[in-house]
Ligand binder design. Structure first.
Ligand SMILES: [Cu+2]
Length: 292
């Protein structure tokens, strides 16, 4: 159909447009923009009328049986954690721990979208500890570009390995007694799986958001997202599950200086009602270079 010469020119044109696309993305990052979400919005400043989202995550039906982890591959782990249990479905008295609850999107009382704002990166590092050959905490959240301080409190070598979809892979060995490692994630991603190449049972999940409106349920299933500007939001509760994880959504209205309640329920009875629905984690990933 095309002559050999025409095909050559078409190929050259495609290469040139790809190069210009790449350089425009690089330029945006150098320009001091957040670079991670494509947001060019103003930095959000609290007005003093902030409220909260609070609730409980329940597990209905028979709780999954606790799974004891076989740590015999590393004697240091066995002696420090002789009864290490899996933390994927930590249910106590019908309440579910390790659930990541966050504001996915929404509109503030003044009509602006939460996605239109930029948020300061917290100056304090979040800590991820390797203690007893498991991660503490098992699930955590950070704001994009916030430092994550990774400690090794064990008498053995760990190899921490972030396996994100939208951020670079990161893989570091950390011998016992080594200084904390510091890592950060520049692109929002819910959630980034973390594993240890030395101990295959070690798993953690880090939610990375461009704003600070997230929380993780404690042993009592409770969570509180504080300092939320009044508005209407979609709140998502994420729990690691089959495949890429499981999430549920709820619409809430946060009043000025008041709490909004968002109670979620996972487990057998919830599944009978058609929830939780399995969602690929990729659904929450943003593609900054394609957005304005
Ligand atoms: Cu390890």
């Amino acid at each position: 159909m095309f002559s050999k010469k025409a095909r050559l020119w078409l190929g050259l044109l495609a290469a040139i447009s790809l190069m210009s696309l790449a350089s425009s993305c690089g330029g945006a990052k150098e320009g001091g923009d957040t670079g991670d979400t494509g947001s060019t919005g103003k930095v959000f400043a609290p007005k003093g009328d902030e409220g909260s989202v609070t609730g409980t995550v329940a597990y209905t039906g028979a709780a999954p049986e606790g799974k004891k982890i076989d740590t015999s591959a590393d004697a240091a782990c066995t002696s420090k954690s002789p009864t290490l249990m899996a933390e994927d479905w930590a249910v106590k008295d019908g309440k579910l721990a390790n659930t990541f609850v966050y504001i996915k999107e929404g509109t503030l009382a003044d009509g602006s979208k939460i996605a239109d704002w930029s948020f300061d990166t917290p100056k304090t590092a979040a800590t991820l500890d390797q203690d007893g050959c498991h991660y503490k905490p098992h699930v955590m959240g950070v704001v994009v570009k916030q430092d994550i301080s990774i400690k090794n409190s064990d008498p053995t070598t760990h190899n921490i390995h972030f396996t994100p979809k939208n951020n670079p892979d990161w893989n570091q060995s950390q011998p016992n007694g080594a200084a904390p490692l510091v890592h950060k994630l520049n692109v929002s991603e819910v959630l980034v799986p973390v594993k240890c190449n030395q101990h295959p049972w070690m798993k953690a999940y880090i939610g990375v958001l461009k704003h600070p409106y997230f929380a993780v349920t404690g042993e009592d299933g409770k969570f509180t997202i504080s300092n939320v500007p009044p508005g209407k939001y979609t709140v998502v509760a994420w729990h690691e599950g089959p495949g890429a994880g499981t999430e549920q959504k709820m619409e809430v209205t946060v009043p000025a200086k008041g709490p909004a309640t968002a109670d979620f329920s996972f487990g057998g009875a919830a599944a009978l009602r058609g929830q939780p629905s399995s969602m690929p984690m990729a659904a929450a990933i943003e593609f900054p270079m394609l957005r304005k």
